[in-house]
Design a protein around this ligand. Structure first.
Ligand code: ZN
Length: 294
């Protein structure tokens, strides 16, 4: 392994540490912490670095190159917040970036340089404490993205809304197989879901093995493909009581929560992806986010 540091902030605060492994073959770029508070992703990327170090030491790296960036937004990470305090730009909305721009634009440009010639781009994020992990990909539009999602053993795949400026969206439009893995956890205390981290770590190592980049037995991914996320919103202020858990299958017409005792029902068969806890909710807020089964 060698670590290449890129200075992205003249005040010396913004070092990006790209961890490189392997010298030839397809290039896998794994990024995390583009949103600074998304700790499960950062933790998982660090586990991948440790795994690749051990594989390298044991001579088990085969024909592949790996670049892992565990903290993609260092100044935001230090505060466990989404954006850098220097410019408050959402780093995952501004790719391909601008090397002469503000700290976030320069960060995006430095990461994009690594992404442009990658064979796979996987970006690790967090979907919050009350979310169920999933792979997010533009799989309807891009066959390359579908094939990648099929090879990842994260149990749920969701079609992306395709917002431009996201690393995986811009990579997908360039024809690079790309996806986000959204992981349970994150937030202002740096919460790490170890179960979500295990699921993503197994998915990544499984991909490396399936593609012949690392020796060892591959897993047997059978993710279930879903359509775009859809929220059920509260139509009034009240006491919200959920009746399902994140990751649970729901049926069309099923009461998934109550608001002041009145039922909120699923409009389709799907999977509960975000479930707000028992709480005092306000009109307009999402109670539960579901993903439709296809
Ligand atoms: Zn994120």
């Amino acid at each position: 392994m060698n670590v290449r540091k890129r200075l992205i902030d003249p005040s010396n605060l913004g070092w990006l540490e790209f961890h490189h492994f392997g010298e030839k073959g397809p290039k896998v770029l794994i990024t995390a912490g583009l949103h600074g508070g998304e700790a499960t992703g950062v933790h998982t990327a660090r586990r991948v670095i440790d795994f690749l170090k051990a594989e390298e030491a044991a001579g088990r790296l085969l024909d592949g190159r790996f670049v892992v960036l565990p903290v993609g937004n260092p100044t935001a990470f230090r505060r466990l917040q989404r954006t850098s305090p220097y410019d408050e730009l959402d780093l995952n909305r501004i790719f391909p970036g601008d090397k002469d721009g503000t700290i976030s634009l320069r960060t995006a440009a430095a990461i994009w340089e690594e992404a442009e010639d990658a064979s796979y781009v996987i970006d690790l994020h967090c979907c919050g404490t009350y979310g169920r992990s999933y792979t997010l990909a533009l799989y309807e539009e891009h066959e390359t993205a579908r094939k990648l999602a099929e090879k990842l053993s994260v149990a749920v795949v969701i079609e992306s809304g395709g917002t431009r400026g996201q690393l995986f969206v811009e990579a997908s439009h360039k024809g690079i197989p790309a996806a986000i893995i959204e992981l349970t956890g994150g937030g202002p205390v740096g919460e790490v879901s170890t179960a979500a981290s295990d699921e993503a770590f197994e998915a990544l190592v499984g991909l490396f093995r399936a593609e012949g980049l690392v020796a060892g037995q591959r897993n047997d991914p059978r993710p279930v493909f879903h359509g775009k996320l859809e929220g059920i919103r509260c139509l009034k202020d009240g006491f919200l009581q959920p009746l399902v858990a994140p990751g649970e299958r729901v049926a069309k017409g099923q009461t998934v929560a109550t608001l002041d005792g009145e039922p909120l029902q699923a409009r389709f068969d799907g999977t509960a992806m975000q479930v707000r806890p028992s709480s005092l909710a306000f009109a307009g807020q999402p109670a539960i986010v579901l993903a439709p089964l296809l």
